[in-house]
Design a protein around this ligand. Structure first.
Ligand code: FMN
Length: 175
């Protein structure tokens, strides 16, 4: 079993995936874990759209001109979205859920990458979120934070170099 620090150190963004599918058991673990994400006031405003259809994933890969093409080889994409009427801090709730998915994937030996959707535009100039809402039939009032691409890594990247950590970011007692 990985310790949390090892997990944090070895997780690196994966942008190339093998043809191997994510197993049903792995998917179940991912979904069980993400539903344990903490949310403000336990409002659980999030919704998750699990996409494994390769054609749909190709459509998601063009959500924005840069930074989404990595989805092309992903066997699994989980769209993290929320009902903003259920929480004024849905962005934070969705962000926590997104990183839970990434860490759960790492724990399963899978690679993952966060694809930012909120505040990003499709090449047509419309919001990337509006494009995705059409593709996935997501109701208009739902906001989209991210798409988490998940799959087996083509190669494992070097772990985080702890000696290069930005220690100057840490302030003791006062800024
Ligand atoms: C909020 C957020 C948004 C991100 N958006 C994208 C994205 O749209 N496309 C992408 O390829 N990577 C994206 N990433 C991945 C970051 O580029 C990556 O985590 C960062 O460079 C650190 O590298 P590492 O994850 O390999 O340690 C995003 C990460 C975060 C936390």
């Amino acid at each position: 079993m990985n310790s949390f620090q090892t997990l944090a150190q070895t997780r690196r963004s994966t942008r190339k995936f093998t043809d191997e599918k994510v197993t049903e058991q792995q998917l179940e673990t991912l979904l069980q874990t993400v539903l344990m994400s903490p949310a403000s006031k336990s409002s659980n405003p999030w919704e998750f759209v699990v996409v494994q259809n390769p054609e749909t994933i190709q459509q998601l890969a063009t959500s924005k001109p840069a930074g989404a093409a990595l989805l092309k080889t992903a066997p699994l994409a989980i769209v993290v979205c929320a009902d903003p009427q259920k929480s004024d801090v849905w962005v934070e709730d969705c962000s926590i859920a997104s990183i839970y998915l990434q860490l759960a994937a790492e724990d399963l030996g899978l690679g993952s990458c966060w694809v930012q959707i909120r505040k990003r535009e499709h090449e047509s100039g419309e919001l990337a979120a509006d494009y995705i809402k059409r593709v996935l039939q997501i109701p208009e009032h739902i906001e989209i934070e991210s798409i988490i691409a998940i799959g087996n890594m083509v190669e494992r990247r070097k772990e985080f170099d702890v000696s290069k950590a930005s220690v100057e970011k840490i302030h003791q007692e006062k800024f």
